[in-house]
Design a protein around this ligand. Structure first.
Ligand SMILES: Cc1cc2nc3c(=O)[nH]c(=O)nc-3n(C[C@H](O)[C@H](O)[C@H](O)COP(=O)(O)OP(=O)(O)OC[C@H]3O[C@@H](n4cnc5c(N)ncnc54)[C@H](O)[C@@H]3O)c2cc1C
Length: 527
């Protein structure tokens, strides 16, 4: 029988990201993808800063940057006008993260780049054209029946099975779970068109001011545009896809001219989540576990963030860490992040930006236009960039302080030897214990701390400059931000913080006692 530590069903962006995340942790996996050929459609167009941070930690950020367009400001144009209606700077991202914007790249290219990295990683067996049929789990793992391209059915065995098999997930349905939530009453038409955009001279995103119709276009590649539209009164799913309906929308957005129709469809939009993300040794992630409105562009991104959360936990469990708390934390953390962050935000944008009556849409538009002046962009940047997940209620997160359970604030730190460290470069694939103030904790020194964690072989212990010296030299200071990391951590010295392999703060303590520190760190890592 074929055996693997992790079986992954589905080779979309989420399955591929899981394979890559596991490989970065040194874990082998086998991935089954039913389709024989890659999906050529553009689908998700935006990669958010948090996902780009993940790609950066996997060493593939530069490859993505070279292919996509990094948006650091957005000028919103109304068709026919000569000046942008709104100029939205995304500089807030540079103050929060090592990645300063949103990357525009069609999903087929995202998948191709992820697959390239998975293959280069050398730890994933990729079984294309193989459809997973059913599975059974027992005390030692999972048996998966798979049909191969020649029709033969084989059984594969894994310690864990992860269903990344999309909205109609066989894995989720076999566990008896439905996606629960709501379907919006109105449908949305998406169309991709190719047209001459005069060497980047046609500005975007573009909106067309039409009563009772939300109509916008984004450029996702030179000469390739995505049209997003609600349906007009009296339009049906069929008539909205007729050539005349698409002609009208293209002409409203771009004026008269020729274009090539690449693809179009009318979609129902949902906001739905599975009641559970895990049963025993079987887990689900991405669209298999939750689906959202495309408004805000967080669907694919949240799936990639699911598996970034899961990969390090599976790796530690396979290396002997405690199974229960780590696997339970996956469901608690990610389900809450989807419901509290992704659902609320995309639902808000959908109701007020897409489907609201004209008057409300106008008011919403005015708010967006005036957003930069009112400071709304800085305020909403963590939400837009998906940097705001909060895992405080997780069973493995403990300690005190504002950052517990949140993504560690990024910035430069100064080591005692004066060298500069970027915080986001420290965590992953290993966990990091930051000892602010040179690690001068009561009754401890760094060597003693290291000794107490001898069993956690990969824990990096990083002492940082003392508080007084830090204040004198402006250390911990992120050059691009007004505040300093020292201020954002709100420490007066003596802080210890455990940064998990996914960059989240698993525990913090202020001048902790030895036992407190050891307990917090072990709990965060299931050690
Ligand atoms: C038209 C369109 C526009 C979109 N726009 C956006 C956007 O702007 N922003 C955004 O964030 N998201 C967008 N999305 C959503 C985004 O595409 C999904 O969130 C994303 O693809 C989810 O990735 P996934 O890997 O979870 O699932 P999928 O991409 O659905 O991948 C699942 C994979 O599993 C395979 N599979 C299924 N069953 C089996 C089986 N039994 N055995 C083996 N393989 C199997 C499938 O063939 C598929 O390749 C859009 C989607 C569509 C359709």
């Amino acid at each position: 029988m074929n055996e693997s530590p992790a079986l992954i069903v589905g080779g979309g962006p989420v399955g591929l990201s899981l394979a890559l995340g596991l490989a970065r942790q040194g874990v082998r996996s086998t991935l089954f993808e039913a389709k024989a050929e890659p999906d050529p459609h553009s689908r998700a167009l935006g990669i958010m800063p948090r996902t780009l941070e993940i790609f950066r930690s996997w060493g593939i950020y530069d490859r993505f940057l070279a292919e996509g367009v990094l948006l650091t400001r957005v000028n919103v144009w109304i068709a026919g006008q000569t000046k942008p209606a709104a100029q939205i700077g995304l500089g807030a991202f540079a103050r929060l993260s090592a990645v300063p914007g949103v990357l525009v790249l069609p999903q087929d290219r995202t998948e191709a780049l992820l697959l390239e990295a998975v293959k280069a990683g050398g730890l994933t067996e990729t079984m294309v054209g193989h459809q997973a049929l059913s599975f059974e789990q027992d005390g030692n793992g999972v048996s998966l029946r798979v049909s191969s391209p020649d029709g033969a059915v084989q059984t594969y065995r894994g310690r864990y099975l992860v269903g990344c098999d999309g909205a109609h997930s066989m894995v989720r349905k076999s566990l008896g779970w439905e996606l629960v939530g709501k379907t919006y009453p109105t449908r949305v038409m998406l169309a991709d068109v190719r047209l001459r955009d005069e060497r980047d001279q046609l500005p975007w995103p573009r909106l067309a001011p039409v009563r009772n119709l939300a109509l916008a276009a984004l450029r996702y590649q030179p000469e390739c545009w995505r049209i997003i539209s609600t349906l007009e009164q009296g339009e049906t799913e069929q008539t909205a896809l007729e050539n005349s309906a698409i002609d009208r929308r293209v002409s409203l957005l771009f004026g008269p001219g020729t274009y090539e129709h690449l693809w179009s469809n009318v979609f129902q939009i949902h906001c739905r989540t599975s009641p559970h993300f895990r049963h025993g040794s079987v887990l689900i992630a991405g669209d298999a576990a939750h689906i959202n409105s495309p408004a805000g562009g967080q669907g694919m991104n949240s799936g990639i963030q699911d598996v970034h959360n899961l990969a390090w936990k599976l790796a530690r469990i396979l290396a002997g860490a405690e199974t229960e708390p780590l696997l339970a934390s996956y469901q608690v953390e990610r389900r809450a992040a989807v419901i509290n962050n992704v659902d609320r935000y995309t639902d808000f944008l959908t109701r007020f930006g897409l489907f609201a009556p004209s008057l409300v849409q106008k008011a919403f538009g005015a708010l967006v236009r005036n957003g930069p002046r009112l400071g709304l962009i800085s305020f909403f940047a963590p939400k837009i960039g998906m940097l705001d997940a909060d895992y405080r209620n997780s069973p493995i997160v403990s300690g005190i302080g504002a950052w517990v359970g949140r993504r560690a604030p990024d910035g430069d730190l100064i080591a005692p030897d004066g060298s500069s460290l970027r915080l986001s470069d420290l965590a992953g694939p290993q966990p990091v214990l930051l000892l602010f103030d040179d690690g001068r904790l009561p009754g401890w020194d760094v060597a003693r701390v290291a000794q107490s964690f001898a069993g956690i072989h990969d824990l990096k212990i990083v002492p940082l400059l003392s508080s007084q010296a830090a204040k004198r030299t402006d250390a911990y200071c992120d050059a691009s931000s007004k505040g300093s990391l020292w201020n954002s951590w709100k420490v007066a010295g003596g802080l210890a913080a455990l940064i998990r392999p996914d960059g989240f703060v698993g525990w913090t303590g202020h001048r902790p006692f030895p036992l407190e520190l050891e307990r917090g760190v072990r709990r965060a890592l299931g050690a």
